[in-house]
Design a protein around this ligand. Sequence first.
Ligand code: ADP
Ligand code: MG
Length: 253
Amino acid sequence: MPSAESRPAPALVRLRDVHLSFGASPVLKGIDLDVFRGQAVTIIGPSGSGKSTILRCITGLLRPQRGTIEVDGTRADLLSSERDEIELRKRVGFVFQQYNLFPHLSVLDNLVVAPVRILGRDKASAKRTAYELLEKVRLADKAHAYPGQLSGGQQQRVAIARALAMQPDLILFDEVTSALDPETVGEVLTVIRELVRDGMTCVLVTHEMRFAEEVSDAVYFTESGVIVEHGPANRVFHAPANPRTREFLARAT
Ligand code: ADP
Ligand code: MG
């Protein structure tokens, strides 16, 4: 019998044979995906191939018609009450292309409102955490600014800090730099790079191929709702086994 220490840890996120259709159109056609604690996993692939749909399944926002989705042992495909949905969403941070900050709240209050209302934290301690997180994303001096006064890159860093304020088990990043001016992309990637280094579990959808190669433990290439290929970043980027991956990377880089 293997000892507890030698037994491999189960995946934090585990998708098996996930099938999802919108009406009559199949969008995910048998997705298998594993994310282990502390890993950064990147999903790449053409537009419309199902990348965002996979992320929305992991948050429980979408339910597949077939297959299983486990997040830290919870079946995200079988949540039976609103309370279970809220519990799952507390554990999975989500950062989108559109930062969706609350425009009428200061940067600080954007970070405080959910920990107080949803986690029941007291306001003073939520504020302390918010200041620490703003320090981490290098925006401590903007605590009292409003989102409209910030650049796109700064707003996106606030959105990342806001996700972190919920102390999630993992964070999903869906093309978070796609809408930014080129000169602010780097500052957002720097923040994500540091999170990965600190051991935050991350699932990234990105078109920044060099960044993906640098930070990812594993890369999944999707096309038409199928995972065509996956493996260590180094291998997928430099020796893709599938001709479709090769073609995509040749065009993307
Ligand atoms: P990606 O993120 O890789 O660009 P998506 O996961 O957003 O792709 O979309 C995959 C496919 O599913 C696309 O063809 C898209 O048009 C379709 N789709 C996504 N969301 C919906 C929806 N809510 N209703 C109908 N079709 C959708
Ligand atoms: Mg998408």
